[in-house]
Design a protein around this ligand. Structure first.
Ligand code: C5P
Length: 221
């Protein structure tokens, strides 16, 4: 029906930042609030979907407002998010990778607090596994995968490259060049690209309405 277009559909959403530990008290992180991913969770749930959320460290208040039937996996690091998604992805119909996963993680994690000593201090990083890309490589015919791209320059080129290299069905671009769009706020402005389809340009809207736009676009793929 029109009111529950995602009824009986299983959808996995990644959201929030990841924290990559350096020692027991420090980490490398980013400014993702998780709000876009959590808005997608709510709208997908309203459309009747069975939602699995894999979420990095976000404000607990935001998690308390989620519908009770959402299956929540709280993780901290990119590797942990990768492991949970790997275990859950096969049974999904749709996956939306909205998390801001750290590209790199410290090569070594100290089990004791690192002491201040020299004037300069070097941290070696290694690449985190790419969750969306790994899933894209094993995508089944009935599955639809959507990624996000946050770019500061050559937005369209970079977004289209990610759509292809991660074998996604659609990619949501938010440009930091638009005021009110992106990471921490309550509004966003996006363009959605899909292969062989006209891109969709949204207005500057609340993340709730952006989430509706994204899911409605997906329903047409
Ligand atoms: O390559 P880049 O990180 O810019 O791509 C962003 C997209 O890839 C987002 O959908 C993000 O959630 C996903 N991603 C991921 N695992 C990573 C890095 C990015 O799933 N390690």
């Amino acid at each position: 029906g029109t009111k529950a277009p995602l009824l009986h559909k299983k959808i996995l959403i990644t959201a929030g930042p990841t924290y990559e530990a350096l020692d027991p008290v420090r980490f490398i992180g980013n400014h993702s609030s998780g709000k876009m991913g959590l808005a997608l969770v709510k709208e997908a749930w309203k459309m009747g979907a069975e939602v699995t959320l894999v979420c990095g460290p976000v404000n607990e208040e935001l998690l308390r407002m989620l519908p009770a039937s959402v299956q929540l996996h709280k993780i901290v690091s990119g590797q942990q998010m990768f492991d949970v998604v790997q275990a859950e992805i096969e049974k999904q119909d749709v996956a939306i990778f909205a998390a801001a996963v750290a590209d790199y993680t410290p090569e070594q994690v100290s089990d004791i607090k690192i002491k201040k000593a020299e004037d300069s201090f070097t941290i070696r990083l290694k690449k985190n596994p790419d969750i969306a890309k790994t899933c894209g490589e094993k995508k089944k015919d009935h599955q639809l995968f959507v990624g996000f791209a946050l770019e500061t320059n050559d937005e369209e080129t970079h977004a289209l490259k990610k759509l292809q290299s991660k074998n996604l069905d659609a990619i949501v671009l938010n440009s930091l060049n638009d005021t009110g769009a992106g990471f921490a706020g309550d509004t966003n402005k996006i363009t959605i690209y899909a292969k062989d389809k006209e891109p969709f340009h949204s207005q500057l809207l609340s993340k709730e309405y952006i989430a509706k736009d994204i899911l409605n676009y997906l329903l047409l793929l």
